[in-house]
Design a protein around this ligand. Sequence first.
Ligand SMILES: [Zn+2]
Length: 205
Amino acid sequence: MVRIRAGIEDRCFGCKIHKNFCFCDHFSNLQLKTNVSIIMHVSERKLPSNTAWITKQALNNCSLYIRGEVNHHFEAAHVLSEQYIPLFLFPEEGALPLTKTLVSQFNKPIQLIVPDGNWHQAKKVKMREKGFATIQSVCLKEHYQSIYSLRKEPFMGALCTLEAISYALKEIEGEQTFEYLMKILKTMVYRTDLVRRGYNQLLPL
Ligand SMILES: [Zn+2]
């Protein structure tokens, strides 16, 4: 077995994994009404284990915003759009469980604002960014078991960003969107694990 190490030039631009393990063919053009806006801490940007980038690739209506950059002021107002009802996905005090019943009360599509990064960084997003202060926070309605094994400390102490968004969109958009995203996550986890174990190509089924 030949060990491979994925340098920048060996990685697929789309899914950030070694080109031999590319899973870009899993991304489909699923049309969602919901906008997902991920607020990512700058320190996460280059980590291949970050799932925010994969979420952006997988969804037609997803934007990634970077905060914490030197010499660049993050502006919450640039994220928000009047087209949508904004909801802030973070399990803080006062957060409402995100359920189909809650979603049915809104007369506009939802903009799901998702802080990304470790727990500490995510918690700071709403505290520091005044433009987000009055937005209703929501939390997932249950505790889910994570299947994401690529990091010791997943997002919110339990789930990675892609998983948290998958469970949120299950309530907002439905089962099909959830299944689609979870299949991508499972593929990412499986293939990244193969790379880390030194395989240089996908195993024949
Ligand atoms: Zn790819």
